[in-house]
Write a protein that binds this ligand. Structure first.
Ligand SMILES: [Zn+2]
Length: 59
């Protein structure tokens, strides 16, 4: 199994935060935590979740 990567900049944020995780579910969980802490996004709404999922890339 490979891993997947996500960078906050792909959401249009001027933010250098990025992560690599073994599964898309883990990326979503950790990205949700980062968005809450760093960008004051309380939860992943439908539209944001869709954009986030689309921004996840295989490494
Ligand atoms: Zn960020």
């Amino acid at each position: 199994m490979g891993s997947v990567a996500f960078s906050c900049r792909s959401l249009g944020e001027s933010c250098e935060w990025a992560l690599v995780a073994p599964t898309e579910a883990e990326v979503l969980a950790r990205a949700a935590e980062h968005l809450k802490c760093a960008h004051h996004v309380p939860d992943l709404s439908g539209e944001l979740r869709t954009r986030l999922t689309a921004a996840i890339r295989p490494t």
